[in-house]
Ligand binder design. Sequence first.
Ligand code: NAI
Ligand code: MG
Length: 502
Amino acid sequence: MSTAQQSPTEAVRRYQLFIDGKWVDAESGKTFTTPNPATGEPLAEVAEADAADIDKAVAAARRAFEGKWSRLSARDRGRLLFKLAGLVESHAKELAALETADNGKPIRETTLFDLPQVAENFEYFAGAATKIEGETIPVPGQMFNYTLREPLGVCGQIIPWNFPLLMAAWKLAPALAAGNTVVLKPAEQTPVTALELGKLIQEAGFPDGVVNIVPGYGETAGAALAAHKDIDKIAFTGSTEVGKRIAHAAADNLTKVSLELGGKAPNIVFADANIEQAVSGAMMGIFYNQGQVCCAGSRVFLHERIKDEFLDRFKERAGKVKVGDPMEQTTLMGPQVSEEQLNRITGYVDVAREEGATILAGGGRPDLEGNLQKGFFFQPTIFSEVHNKMRVAQEEIFGPVASVITFSDEEDLIQQANETIYGLSAGIWTQDITRAHRFARAIKAGTIWINTFNVMNAASPFGGYKQSGYGREMGRHALELYTQVKSVWVDLSGKPMGWYGK
Ligand code: NAI
Ligand code: MG
């Protein structure tokens, strides 16, 4: 396996846009470079889509939707998705390595989490394709009423860089299972694995135009897709700020929207928690994927009584996290995805200091060797003495930075935990089952983890309360985002309608 140190000798990869089953240059002829964040060196040169390419891709998706794809049986759609899941599995090793090279997340994560989850999502929705059903409704009179659950049509999907291939799978799998066609715009920071997936989609035998993959910048390609008059739905995962812009653009055409946005999740440790388990959960909550997780447990609420013991262990464990070359099997933290994200995190360290928080661990860049010195690395960081009203407790930092807040009273805790514009997830650590479930109800968030964190599965819904977005991805709920209901009435009497007499 290659390492970050060897990357200068590797050729820069080249990718075109995937439109209508063909690999094509951008209309403008423009390209952009995606670097390897571990070294800053170029990984790939990628065709840069903008409005003209989005138009082409939407037109291809429209033709595919009106054409062959709509005549395919649910079973055949399912079979294609199963085939794709199998291809992902057989290419998992190289896809994991490319994901690590493009995003910086450790190879251990891409191998053990991202890739298996990608395959699982395609498999789950492959099976779901044949289970999308209508209903018969008991209406009065000599009438038969039933519903059809139909696809929406052409779906625009804009995804972020933190789980590049997995976000593509979350979006594509339910859309295709339900019979839609897709124009997918990967994030400009991490376009590589989505384009590799395009090759597998071709190999699996999806008809041309069913999936179109058009990497480009948000302000150009993304905005053109969100505002496009001929899409039926736009799905977005990313910042709350851009999510609002997407919703505005969609409102003009009344395009259906689903949004999966930011978070500032409370990860709550009660005094009766198993401390070792809770410390491991706090680590998982904030250091996983370099903290670039929308459901990250970025606000760690500690009961006063266990504060010292917990923080001693948390600090010690944070200091032991191996930060470095993400291609090494033992690395637990790689670089942040980009210099922009790194600067954002560094900025929040200054904010924390100004606000009077204590930097208990990390807070700076690690000392690394060789060409990793140019990588966008940051240390696992803990701010203690944080108050919930501070900016570091309210704003999404999206880095390996935990803000620790202490509490003593349960009512006050509930209020503080919910005092955020976000509501994506929460963690609860306690041995008391009644308290655990009481809090599961009290916290306003789309996912609650009790004595665990960051666990997900293709069968279980995921999405946000409040400004963390709307709609639920994965599970049966995802099919609701990609289907619409048609009500069909049939007169069984065979008589003229009596209303106007004869
Ligand atoms: P972003 O929200 O700008 O980017 C996400 C996706 O949206 C990318 O594909 C991007 O090209 C696209 N995009 C950007 N502007 C757009 C526009 N005007 N119209 C349509 N599409 C657009 O996120 P960014 O700038 O990469 O990161 C900023 C912050 O956003 C992060 O620090 C983090 O707090 C948050 N974020 C949250 C994510 C999540 O999973 N909820 C994922 C990525 C970022
Ligand atoms: Mg942005």
